[in-house]
Design a protein around this ligand. Sequence first.
Ligand code: UD1
Ligand code: CA
Length: 468
Amino acid sequence: MKRDFATVILAAGLGTRMKSRQAKVLHQAGGKTLIELVAATAVRLVPREQVYVVVGHQADRVQRAVQGLEVRFLRQEKQLGTGHAVLIGREELAKAARLLVLYGDCPLVSAATLGGLMQCHVESGAAATVLTTRLADPTGYGRMVRGPAGDIRAIVEEKAATPAQRAITEINSGMYCFETGPLFDCLAGVRPDNSAGEYYLTDVIGCLVGKGLRVEGYTINEASEVLGINTRVELAEVDNLLRGRKVRELMLEGVTIQRPETVTVDLEVSIGEDTVLEPFVQILGRTSIGSGCRIRSYAVISDSVLGDEVLVEPYSWVNESEVERGVHIGPYARLRTGNVVEAEASVGNFVELKKTRLGARSKAMHLAYLGDATIGADVNVGAGTITCNFDGVVKNPTIIEDGVFVGSNSTLVAPIRVGAGSYLAAGSVFTEDVEPGALGIGRSRQTVKPGWAVRRKKKRAETAEEDR
Ligand code: UD1
Ligand code: CA
């Protein structure tokens, strides 16, 4: 017996109208590539091993973009049109009785809508069912040509349409269900006899009708679901719609978002109750933020985990880092990558952390670089502290144990260990370990010459007198 539904997602084109070196389906909306968005919807409807993505332009990169979804791939070496893209998969795709066709540049459609399309197709027993909608401005889309009784006759591409056909506002979304038998019979006969010289999948509709087979329309009212992306203007519209949905969801789940139209939140972000996002923040990638946090304006947080009650002050950047409960960050802090900031610690203005662990309640409040450092609890890192982690060849670690007081403007030449509870004198250069409980000083002793300035001033005055 034939398997029921397979799905094919067409994603081989370059997308000339994007004017980009990057294949269209690799562009992002809501922080995800277009192909990821479409494929993620597809795997909710059809078993993964029956989801095929047609790749061509930058095929390797497109495959990598969806590798986590465990779908299959078909290679279309030359992009000769949407009909050709489906035809090259004939051997695999015809093993299923029915085929759901999706285009990689239409990422807004919901699984619910596609589920409705599939059910309608199965129940009506049609040879093909086309997802359609009406658009106030149908420019660029294929038009649905219907007979006097409302039956679908054909799809006409804009370029080939007569003025009367162009006035039709019902458009082809590019999403269809087909019975694979009749589909491939017709596809084999489709010719590239149009101005674009392409094999149009849409020509199959007229062919099926010509054979006396029935074609159904599944028409939806929510036109935004079928928005196809051909230009960067449409990309921005889709991005805006996706993020708008996301931000509404978060607000309904208890997140306060001030001026929601100004924030940029990626789709995979999660945020706890009573957290406040001020205007113009960006929360990106796989970031998760706890409850009761405040993220102040112009902060950018990407691929990070923040606990509860974290305060991120303006203009801070937190990237690939873990921040525990009650931490205070910024303003103007940079957590570059691979950091852990433990509970109630503080990272102040113009402090950069890289691959550093800052222990509980420890503070680095001003102007510091802490790289490859492991810093214990209750440490005070003075203003201007620098870990010299790079010797020109390799990166070396700095270890600062619990309760250390690091004086301002300390230079710690790694590898180095500073023992628990010790004091480091301000303005020192440390090249050797400091034992626990000690005072470390690494600078020359200050000398004071009494009366020196007075004598100098007097001498200058005398010389000036002689010169006159
Ligand atoms: C297509 C439809 C049009 C519909 C519109 C909906 C055809 C002929 N026209 O037009 O009726 O209203 O989508 O958005 O199907 N692709 C390949 N290989 C190819 C050509 C295209 O994989 O050889 C892929 C593209 O990468 C893209 C998708 O198919 O993801 C659609 O191609 P595109 O050129 O954007 O079609 P439209 O002109 O938008
Ligand atoms: Ca398109």
